[in-house]
Design a protein around this ligand. Structure first.
Ligand SMILES: NC(=O)c1ccc[n+]([C@@H]2O[C@H](COP(=O)([O-])OP(=O)(O)OC[C@H]3O[C@@H](n4cnc5c(N)ncnc54)[C@H](O)[C@@H]3O)[C@@H](O)[C@H]2O)c1
Ligand SMILES: [Zn+2]
Length: 367
């Protein structure tokens, strides 16, 4: 990310009956007070962050206070383990003790973990208060901050307790990505490649020709914006995931299988598993939907250049991956739905693709 700072594009996101502004640009963390105060009803802001983004959260708090808002800061440890009902209780009680009211707001400053946790607190505290998303990872910018899904995990399963809750404002400061570890940046990029496949060959060609991440601030802003527009368009057409929204699962069926089979954590990160899942979905698409093999070749090249895996480690068992896919929350009653592509920009949901093909596509990931 270059250090060019300045306000970038602004969009109005419309989902269901709800519309809210989204601002993108360099340095916008320091403009949060100016961006939120005209929209705020109450003066209170419960600022939730994790200890990996302390410096960004401190800047956000300073900006809000300079605009005359009252900031209540609550921190949680970084890591998925904080996306828990225990933390929901802790945060809600801190809010209650500090007197956060119905017309005040919750602001999530951090990655998707903080966004999901703080978003759920916003949906539940006093039956719902205003929410502002300030995503600070690439994944959170292109994926979790848009769409209105919030959740925490149970020991029994990820995202098992949650709610749909749309924000009133989303602010993306791409210069925040300067401090994001390269591996996290690459993971977010796997979702970017997913959007390119869903959007069409133009975006795919631009990814092929663009320098590896992060690249210049302006170019990154444009890339994030394109992903946000793609996700918002799909979600707007299908807020509660009845139809088109399912296409956002491209690469995620096999991806989740690989994540689960390698035990989350020290195996593949989510984006790394999605990288492999995308390649498997494209292989299946060649076999069943007539997708041109050049699409998979270009995709592999893009993923590889961004430090994402394109070959499955030999110690990962195909049977384990298949078994984990069957246990996935989204696998409905025996049917394994997969998103395939007839061409870039033309996704379709295929009910129960033949198991031998699925197995072969995963086996081929071993190269
Ligand atoms: N709601 C949705 O629609 C949706 C969609 C996709 C993913 N998710 C959720 O998002 C979560 C994953 O999000 P994530 O990938 O952003 O991970 P994360 O939020 O766990 O962040 C990863 C790490 O990066 C650190 N970090 C964040 N911003 C940073 C910055 N600018 N500089 C340096 N370090 C920074 C964090 O402290 C953390 O250690 C999962 O819980 C997943 O379920 C939700
Ligand atoms: Zn994902």
């Amino acid at each position: 990310v270059s250090t060019a700072v300045g306000a970038g594009p602004t969009r109005t996101i419309r989902i269901g009956g709800h519309a809210y502004p989204l601002h993108l640009g360099g340095g916008l963390i320091d403009a949060l007070g100016a961006l939120w105060s005209p929209l705020a009803a109450g003066r209170g802001v419960l600022l939730v962050s994790d200890d990996g983004v302390d410096a960004l959260a401190a800047r956000a708090a300073a900006s809000l206070e300079a605009a005359g808002l009252r900031v209540i800061r609550v921190g949680v440890p970084a890591g998925e383990a904080s996306k828990s009902l225990g933390q929901v209780e802790r945060i809600c009680r801190a809010a209650a003790v500090e007197g956060l009211r119905r017309d005040d707001a919750v602001m999530a400053v951090g990655g998707g973990m903080v966004g999901d946790l703080a978003g759920f607190v916003a949906a539940a505290y006093q039956r719902g208060v205003r929410l502002v998303h300030v995503p600070t990872t690439l994944l959170a910018m292109v994926d979790s901050a848009i769409g209105g899904k919030t959740a925490v995990d149970l020991p029994e399963g990820k995202n098992y307790v949650g709610a749909f809750w749309q924000p009133e404002l989303v602010v993306m400061d791409v210069t925040a990505l300067e401090t994001l570890p390269a591996r996290e940046l690459a993971c977010g990029f796997a979702e970017v490649v997913k959007y390119a496949l869903l959007r069409g060959s133009d975006m795919l060609a631009r990814l092929r020709d663009r320098p590896p991440l992060p690249g210049p601030c302006e170019a990154l802003t444009d890339l994030v914006l394109e992903c946000v527009e793609q996700k918002a368009a799909v979600v707007a057409s299908d807020e509660r995931e009845a139809g088109p929204r399912a296409t956002l699962n491209l690469g995620h069926t096999v991806g989740h299988g690989i994540e689960a089979a390698t035990g989350y954590g020290d195996g593949y990160l989510h984006g790394e598993a999605v990288s492999l899942g995308l390649l498997a979905a494209l292989r299946l698409s060649e076999r069943h939907e007539g997708l041109h093999p050049a699409v998979r070749e270009v995709t592999r090249e893009i993923l590889d250049r961004h430090g994402l895996p394109t070959r499955l480690r030999p110690d990962v068992g195909v049977d384990e991956v298949l078994a984990a896919m069957g246990r996935d929350k989204k696998a409905q009653a025996g049917a394994l739905n997969m998103v395939l592509l007839a061409a870039p920009g033309r996704p379709l949901v295929r009910r129960s693709p033949p198991l031998p093909s699925v197995r072969a596509a995963i086996e081929e990931l071993r190269g």
